[in-house]
Every structure is written in C-alpha cells, then in structure tokens.
Design a protein around this ligand. Structure first.
Ligand code: ATP
Ligand code: MG
Length: 425
C-alpha cells in the first residue's frame, strides 16, 4: 500500500527532524524483505511517549505503560513505540515492567525471532543485529537469544514459532525446536483467545498441514488450556485441507474436525473453549451436522426417492449454507474415507450427484413461505396452541418442500384436517 508507506515515512521523517531515531520495525520489515504484502507498519523510536505526543497533533495513548502511542498521518494510524526492554515476565505471559532505552539494538533484543528483530530507517539501511536477513534467506525460524529462556518468558512465542514456520514454509532452527519441546507445558498459561488467534492465522495460510505436522510432532496442543490430541486426526483426510481455498478458512476447520472424528456436540464444545464466536461455531459445526445426517440416511435406504426426501429434510434442518459447505468439502476429501457399508457409498454417490438438482427443486425453504400460517391452523382445528403446532407446521413444510403437497392454502388446509382427524382416531 503506497499511501500507507508514504504516510508512515512522514512519521519517521518528522521524528528524525526533531532529533530522534526512528525506524520501521518487526513484521513489516520482514514482510517487505520477503516480498509479502504488508498490512500494518509499526514504528519504533528513541522519543519517549510524551515526546511523541508533543510532536504529533493527532495521537491516541493506546498503550502508554508499554510505550505505545498511536499516531495518525493522513488516513492511516501507526503504532509508535519507544525503544524498550522488558523484564520480569509474569506467569510466562506478559512483561511486568518495561524500561525505555536509547539503543535500537536493545529494543530488537526483546523481540521473538531473528526475522522479527529487524528495523529499517528512512535511508533504507537495515538494522539486523541477530542475522534475521540470513535466516529469512535460509528459511529459518530462530529465537533471538536462548530459546528456552525466550519461550519461558512468554509461552505464546512457541505457537508463533509454529505459525510462522507453517505460513512461510520455514524450518525451525534446532535449538529453537529443542527449546519449544522443553517449555511446551507452559502453554497452559496462555489464554485460549490468543491460542486461537495463532491457530486461525496458521490454518488460513498456504501450508496449514505443515503447521499441523509440527503441532503433532511437538505435541504442543496437548498442553494448552483446552487441549487437543493431534494423533486423533486422520492424516489422509487432512490432505484435502490445503485444497480448500484460503478465503473459506472456516471450511478448513470443519475438515479438521471431521478428520479428528469429532461429532457435532464435541466440536461445538471444543470451539467454545477455543473462544470461536457463535457465528463461526455454527458455520463450522453445520458441516458436521450435515455429515451426521447424511451418513445416517444413506445407511437406511438406497432408493432414489427416499434419498431425495432425506436430502431435502437435511436442507431444511441444517440450512442451505451448511449443505453447500458440506458439498464443497466432499470435492476435496479422499474417496471412501468413511467407514460405512457398500450400499451407503452408492447412496453417497447419488446424493453428491443429485444434491444440487434436488435442492433447486424445493419450492419452499422456510415456514414463512408456506401458504398457511400457524394462526390459520389453530382456527381450522379449533385448538389451543402448544408444541403440537410447531410439529405440525414442520410436517407441512417438509411435505411441501419434498413436493408431496402443493404450496396452496387449500391443499395445506386439507392436510391439516387429515392429520387432525388421524390424531383423534
Ligand atoms: P503478523 O502481524 O504477520 O501476525 P508480526 O510479526 O507482525 O506478524 P505482531 O503481533 O504484529 O506480529 O507483532 C509485531 C512485532 O512485535 C513482531 O514482529 C515482533 O518483533 C514483536 N512481537 C510480537 N509478539 C511478540 C512476542 N510474543 N514476543 C516478542 N516479540 C513479539
Ligand atoms: Mg504485524
């Protein structure tokens, strides 16, 4: 983003004019060197937060205790953080205190990996005291300093390590990997929200399988608050994961959970513990619900009309989004991953071949499309409302969606009366 680069450069120049050192720092320098798109540009400076606030008119003290001021330049906001060191980490999470310093190298030393411990000034000169550029060239994730200590200070770094290795397709330096194995039980101190953030970034990247393999080998996820045992995942099924486009990452999660043989309830519980939003949870588990229903009904009957009727009930029950997600997932899963009968496989083939046509043939999808309302039903049978009404309306919707009843008031009324008479008998 040229405009963002320009505006951040203005901030650096302004700080330099006032006699302070200032650099682009961290992920943005790394991404620039790697030829990746840069989405936020962090700035680090020798100016104290007070000095930064005196220089820039438009700023927000977003993290004064850590030395961070958010500065606006044009339409862009930049985090400007004073050079600092950290000390006294609490509970293997955040630093208890920070000290401001005058040397950029001391600031870079607190950063997690050599590739993230890079700074660049307006003159384009790169400050790289730990060999970050070499490590980027050699595709290596390497801790700044002693891995055991660095992971001990902040356990989240272990998941960042795996995430970077996965997203960039890097290897992990030997001592860094050893440090991770040594400190992995500290992951229990990390809030699941932060665990999720790392995992979501990893799963959205181009090589999630690499990350999953590293998590499998390190057994790191067995040590987080809501643990996951990586060995339960069916490796063959996981191969489909990377074929799912990165802009449908939630479907990747559905695929992962299916490969782990999670049923819908189990998956929902895990995703809740992992602090996924309600919306994300229902999207991810919707696919599992369809899977459960379909595998059930294909075992029951191979008759094409019966399959069609079951499919339509599944659409009504799980929703159009979930069935469409499920169908998309079928495209990438290896054939015959399920443990079902031969007949069920034939049924599944039929369902996959016909599903789109069947879905399109549905004249109604929702109760409100029915040419009869609950109130009208109550009048017709002269009864008080109750759970029976909801059931009857569902029955009407199902029969209409399948095409057994026409979506006309007359036909629906006749069915209501028929059911009512049957019930009384
Ligand atoms: P991305 O933004 O692609 O997730 P990033 O490296 O930019 O990756 P940020 O969380 O934006 O990650 O952090 C910016 C910089 O702050 C990092 O490049 C690194 O220098 C430093 N940093 C972030 N988190 C940590 C940490 N847990 N320990 C030490 N340094 C960190
Ligand atoms: Mg960043």
């Amino acid at each position: 983003d040229y405009e963002m680069a320009k505006q951040s450069e203005n901030v650096l120049i302004r700080l330099n004019e006032e006699g302070f050192k200032a650099y682009w720092v961290g992920g943005c320098v790394r991404d620039e060197l790697m030829g990746r798109s840069v989405d936020d540009m962090d700035i680090t400076t020798s100016a104290s937060p007070e000095q930064v606030m005196n220089i820039f008119e438009d700023c927000i003290p977003t993290g004064l205790q850590h030395g961070t001021v958010t500065v606006r330049s044009g339409d862009h906001y930049f985090e400007v953080t004073t050079f600092r060191t950290e000390s006294e980490y609490q509970d293997n999470r955040r630093p208890a205190a920070v000290q401001f310093v005058q040397d950029i190298k001391e600031d870079l030393q607190r950063r997690d990996f050599t590739m993230n411990a890079l700074a660049m000034g307006v003159d384009g000169v790169i400050v790289d005291p730990f060999g970050g550029q070499t490590d980027i060239k050699q595709k290596l994730v390497r801790c700044v300093g002693l891995a055991v200590e660095r992971f001990g200070e902040d356990a989240l770094r272990m998941l960042r390590c795996v995430r970077f290795a996965s997203v960039f397709d890097f290897s992990i330096a030997y001592n860094t990997w050893k440090g991770l194995l040594h400190q992995r039980d500290l992951l229990q101190h990390i809030a699941m929200e932060r665990v999720r953030t790392e995992m979501v970034k990893m799963m959205a990247g181009p090589h999630p399988l690499k990350g999953l393999a590293l998590l499998d080998r390190s057994r790191a996820l067995e040590h987080v608050k809501a643990p996951v045992n990586a060995t339960r995942f069916n490796q063959r099924m996981l191969t489909g994961l990377e074929q799912l486009s990165g802009d449908h990452i939630l479907l990747r999660w559905s695929c992962l959970l299916l490969a782990g043989a999670y049923d819908r309830e189990e998956a929902d519980k895990l995703l809740r513990q992992w602090t996924f939003s309600n919306e994300q949870r229902s999207r991810i588990t919707g696919v599992l619900q369809v899977e459960q229903q379909v595998t059930d009904f294909v075992e029951q009957s191979g008759d094409i009309d019966t399959l069609r009727a079951h499919w339509i009930v599944t659409v009504l029950h799980c929703g159009a989004q979930a069935v469409s997600d499920w169908l998309q997932l079928q495209q990438v899963l290896p054939k015959q991953w399920r443990e079902v009968s031969e007949q069920a496989y034939l049924g599944l083939d039929q369902v996959q071949a016909q599903a789109a046509v069947w879905s399109q043939s549905m004249p109604v999808h929702e109760l409100k499309e029915l040419q009869i309302t609950g109130e009208q039903v109550l009048k017709l049978v002269d009864r008080k409302g109750g759970p029976w009404l909801g059931q009857l309306m569902k029955h009407l919707l199902k029969e209409t969606a399948i095409g057994n009843i026409e979506n006309q008031h007359e036909a629906l009324s006749a069915e209501v009366k028929r059911v009512a008479v049957n019930e009384q008998a």
